[in-house]
Design a protein. Structure first.
Length: 247
């Protein structure tokens, strides 16, 4: 369905990578791909992780959302909220132009590290324009990568937590590095979200989010609604309004 909807757009040229759809325990396999041997039925409960993207003549997309399909456990809610905190903290950061992604990586991991949790993939990678979906030289990851982040670069923000045999959570947007301010200490940058899509609010434990994190999420969802609503019919607009209402 996702590929079909994307194919309706005039500049679509194909998917940018094989779509990952991991339901419950399969969501804990970072690059899961269903086979006839591993295929399972999706039920109205638990979490499904969908990582997908497309190539268009005017750009390349890469997005991940983890969605509650029905009742979920307290553990799933806690893990989901930790991942969301990591996503928001990296998205909100302000940093000197020329800082490397390794210097920013801790922002996505610090809250989950406090709980003894981690993920063993990079936090972010560049995205080419109708080119590579993983494009260097910059990366955001624990391992040292000296390439600087400068204004105009795209980079993903995609922390996750994966509990083998149980479930996985990942949230990903593609960001753009843009100027923030100039001070006596030089030029500073911030990130602007290029991806405009609701983040599922159902699994969030609101008490785990700081006031600043709640404010960011509500502001992001306002932007999503304002930018997308003019392109939707009445029923779609009503769905989007609910999906982007403030928490």
């Amino acid at each position: 369905m996702l590929t079909g909807l994307r194919a309706e757009q005039p500049l679509f040229k194909g998917v940018s990578f094989d779509t990952i759809v991991g339901y419950e325990q399969h969501g804990a396999i970072v690059h899961y791909e269903a086979t006839p041997e591993t295929d399972v039925a999706v039920e109205p409960r638990g979490l499904v992780l969908i990582d997908s993207g497309a190539q268009y003549e005017d750009g390349t997309t890469d997005i991940t959302r983890t969605i509650a399909l029905g009742p979920i456990t307290d553990e799933q809610r806690r893990v989901y909220t930790l991942v969301l905190k990591g996503y928001i903290r990296l998205q909100r950061c302000k940093f000197p132009a020329g800082a490397s992604g390794t210097q920013l990586d801790i922002l996505a991991r610090e809250a989950m590290w406090r709980e003894g949790l981690n993920y063993l993939h990079g936090t972010g990678h560049g995205v080419g324009s109708y080119l590579n979906v993983h494009e260097g030289p910059h990366q955001i990851r624990m391992e040292w990568r000296p390439a600087p982040i400068v204004a105009g670069m795209t980079v993903t923000d995609e922390p996750g937590i994966y509990l083998a045999g149980k479930f996985g959570v990942r949230i990903e947007n593609t960001l753009l590095a843009v100027p923030y301010k100039s001070t006596d200490f030089g030029e500073f940058l911030q990130f602007e979200a290029l991806t405009l899509c609701p983040i599922d609010k159902t699994p969030i434990i609101r008490e785990m989010l700081s006031a600043e994190e709640v404010a960011w999420l509500n502001a992001y969802h306002r932007t999503v609604y304002e930018r997308l609503a003019p392109h939707l019919d009445a029923s779609e607009k009503a769905w989007l309004k609910t999906a982007t209402d403030a928490i």
